[in-house]
Ligand binder design. Structure first.
Ligand SMILES: N[C@@H](CCC(=O)N[C@@H](CS)C(=O)NCC(=O)O)C(=O)O
Length: 224
């Protein structure tokens, strides 16, 4: 018989696993966290997610699910009487999904390219990141959070940006989000990082900094 309960396979520095942790914490769901070594994945993870072999994977009463955005929606629908993550209104829900897809398809690859490149390619990626975040800012107009007065689905989806963007800015020595070019985004960065639940769940900044600094150094040193 399948084990009862909630188990999350993640990796301490994974922004995608963090989305699922935030959703579970907002709902007040108890869960067991399995920290994977992604260079030596556990048999359990590979059994639960043979398709992409990535974290996060949520196992709920023996049933597994992969892909952070899919999991966040599942958590919201399964513990439906708890904190509302998705907007109640169908149009607002569709809008939140639109922006989540936009952030995944446009903002995320551009931002990763800033971190993985140098010189001209990096400047191009920086421009694309700023432009895509400027578009995403529209979803913040007149609001404290993407979810309105409180954090919601889109905050959970893009909430890793405030933490990781600041780290990449330091590592790469560039400015990505500032109050002049992206005033709404910049203010939301701070507001989101000030949310108590978020503050308590973020991994140690110095450890994430060091992990990413070393990754970038290795990438440019030509080592495999
Ligand atoms: N689109 C996926 C991305 C998941 C992902 O890229 N996870 C990384 C960790 S941050 C991973 O498991 N990498 C291991 C690998 O690619 O083998 C999601 O949102 O869940």
């Amino acid at each position: 018989m399948a084990a009862k309960g909630v188990k999350l396979f993640g990796m301490w520095a994974s922004p995608f696993a963090l989305r699922v942790e935030w959703a579970l914490k907002l709902k007040g769901v108890e869960y067991e966290y399995v920290n994977e070594d992604l260079s030596n994945k556990s048999e359990e993870l590979l059994r639960y997610n043979p398709v992409t072999k990535k974290v996060p994977v949520l196992v709920h009463d023996g049933k597994e699910l992969a892909e952070s955005l899919v999991i966040v929606e599942y958590v919201d629908e399964t513990w439906k009487d708890g904190y509302p993550i998705m907007p109640k209104d169908p149009y607002e829900r569709a809008q939140a999904r639109f922006w989540a897809k936009y952030a995944e398809d446009k903002c995320l690859p551009a931002f990763f390219a800033v971190y993985f490149t140098t010189g001209e390619a990096q400047m191009k990626a920086l421009q694309e990141t700023k432009e895509s975040l400027k578009s995403l800012e529209k979803a913040l107009e007149g609001k404290k959070f993407f979810g309105g007065e409180t954090i919601g689905y889109l905050d959970v989806v893009v909430g890793w940006f405030p933490f990781w963007v600041r780290i990449v800015e330091e590592i790469a020595g560039i400015d990505i989000v500032n109050g002049e070019d992206l005033p709404l985004m910049n203010a939301w960065f701070q507001r989101f990082l000030d949310v108590e639940m978020v503050k308590k769940s973020l991994p140690p900044k110095d450890k994430v900094y060091e992990l990413n600094r070393a990754r970038r150094e290795k990438l440019f040193s030509g080592q495999p």
